[in-house]
Design a protein around this ligand. Structure first.
Ligand SMILES: *[C@@H]1O[C@H](CO)[C@@H](O)[C@H](O)[C@H]1NC(C)=O
Ligand SMILES: *[C@@H]1O[C@H](CO)[C@@H](O)[C@H](O)[C@H]1NC(C)=O
Length: 494
């Protein structure tokens, strides 16, 4: 009887594998994150305090105005389980909600549909009905709340307490108190994934998220300085098995991340942050140039990922109407970047094929911000360009430039190149200096970045942000670029 059941199982699982393999060969329909994911995340405009009502209202606007431009994920950022009591803040202790198994529970005052143990099921359903996909932020490991309560560990498969070696296991058996989350030391700590009970706990969390019909999990305090390969492997294994509902697995933050770190986990995830948090300050934007160059040079853009591909993530777009980190007042102020700085951010993010997660308040989406985040050329480059890399062969700026992102040769001017699906060349010039600067590239040098391309000595082209037609450019592409601004050329050189 047992033998029969086993061979039956083998028969069916080999059929299943065959189906996946043939689908891959035909049209990759089983692969996901084929393109860098795009969506809206609540953090930049609400920090942690968003409510169900505000979230669904925002999602509805995303569905109407941004989904047609590929922004398909709406993501609840962190601390949805924290009670919004007086003086609550981002590293409060003792006001998080957990269930009897030590798993985070949405705050029912902010998320009323979660009552009765439903978690985010109802929110996910409404989001799906809008044609969108639903994401949540989760922290690494186990909460201080669960460790203090010493809750039992849940065995998801047996639907009861996890037992091993003849006993039940509890939070304090798996928690590693010496490894708190570096940036939220009173909130969460690592779990010991060498223990069956540690792995069972993580499985009980992430299987539950899958049961809630979550499509995107942003897993924080697990990458960068807090890299936890053991935990990432366990979570990735859970999501790998979710054949019916592919879950995008996103790692955060990327403080001190370099390509060699990403190469340890890229096959286990779909996107991973390569910097710390990006807010609306020029040094934050400028700090992305060198790191984006390094990940492009290491061929990490669109490399192998969980059930598909993975993408270096330059973080959210804090444009439009925002709040501050650790604020409890919701969106109340305009983005502090100049318009040129905002164009620079959009252009670099697109040239590096970063996921695009808009962070501003969509209920107060002004026309300028809307134009930036839905610019058709930017979105085309972000999804469909190839050969993306820094282009070092430019002239301009002055030696000895200082300031954030001044560049390897410290001229304060930088450039990226990529190619389009119709043989066009995208060439972006960036001026990181504090004065208007002329930047140019010799057309013969474009070929140095595009081996095997036959290029004319002249190119026709348009600059996207000004809309200016540069006509036929002989020998060089050249223009003046505003302080912290950029020029984005679409060139035809064939
Ligand atoms: C956040 O704000 C609270 C006051 O509301 C303060 O006590 C706390 O130290 C702040 N935390 C951080 C990380 O800035
Ligand atoms: C910057 O460096 C590149 C090569 O690394 C070089 O080709 C280019 O001329 C330099 N730019 C300036 C302005 O010195």
């Amino acid at each position: 009887m047992k033998l029969f059941a086993l061979s039956n199982l083998c028969f069916f699982s080999s059929l299943f594998l065959y189906r996946i393999a043939s689908a891959n060969a035909d049209g990759r329909e089983t692969e996901h994150a084929i393109l860098p994911p795009r969506g809206w995340n609540s953090y930049d405009s609400f920090c942690w305090i968003i409510s169900e009502q505000d979230f669904l209202q925002s999602a509805d606007i995303v569905a109407k105005r941004l989904l047609p431009h590929g922004y398909e994920y709406v993501v609840v950022d962190y601390l949805w389980y924290r009670k919004k009591v007086k003086d609550a803040h981002i590293d409060s202790e003792g006001i998080d909600l957990i269930d009897e198994w030590g798993r985070m529970v949405p705050d029912p005052d902010r998320w009323p549909s979660s009552k009765g143990g439903k978690g985010f099921t109802e929110v996910a359903k409404k989001v799906h009905d809008m044609g969108l996909k639903f994401g949540i932020h989760v922290m690494k490991g186990i909460s201080n709340q669960a460790v203090n309560a010493n809750t039992l560990i849940y065995d998801y498969d047996k639907k009861g307490p996890y037992t091993e070696a003849g006993r039940q296991w509890r939070a304090q058996d798996i928690a590693i108190k010496e490894k708190p989350c570096a940036w939220m030391p009173h909130g969460f700590m690592a779990v010991n994934t060498k223990l069956g009970a540690g792995r069972a706990f993580l499985r009980s969390l992430h299987k539950q998220y899958a049961d809630w019909s979550v499509d995107f999990v942003k897993h924080d305090c697990a990458f960068g300085d807090d890299l936890d390969e053991g935990e990432i492997s366990v979570v990735s294994e859970v999501f790998k098995g979710e054949h019916n509902r592919p879950i995008i697995y996103s790692l955060s933050p990327g403080t001190s991340a370099a390509p060699d770190m990403a190469q340890k986990i890229n096959g286990l995830a779909n996107m991973y942050r390569v910097t710390g948090d990006d807010w609306d300050s020029w040094p934050d934007v400028a700090a992305h140039f060198s790191v984006a160059r390094d990940f492009a040079a290491a061929n990490m853009i669109g490399s192998q990922g969980l059930n598909g591909r993975s993408w270096p993530d330059l973080d959210m777009l804090p444009l439009g109407w925002l709040t501050d980190a650790n604020s409890t007042q919701g969106p109340y102020r305009a983005c502090k970047l100049t318009l040129d700085e905002q164009k620079t951010q959009m252009t670099l993010w697109a040239m590096a094929k970063s996921p695009l997660m808009f962070g501003g308040d969509v209920r107060k989406l002004d026309d300028t911000t809307y134009g930036l985040i839905t610019n058709p050329t930017i979105l085309e480059i972000d999804h469909y360009s190839s050969n993306n890399k820094e282009f070092p062969y430019i002239n301009g700026g002055k030696e000895g430039a200082t300031g954030p992102g001044a560049g390897a040769n410290a001229t304060g001017v930088r450039s990226w190149i990529a190619t389009g699906t119709q043989g066009e060349i995208y060439l972006a010039f960036f001026n990181l200096n504090n004065a208007k600067t002329a930047i140019s590239a010799e057309i013969t040098d474009l070929g140095k970045a595009l081996p095997g391309w036959k290029l004319n000595p002249s190119c026709k082209g348009t600059e996207i942000w000004s809309g200016k037609d540069f006509g036929v450019m002989q020998k060089s592409v050249s223009t003046e670029v505003e302080t912290h601004g950029c020029a984005l050329f679409v060139l035809n050189c064939k």
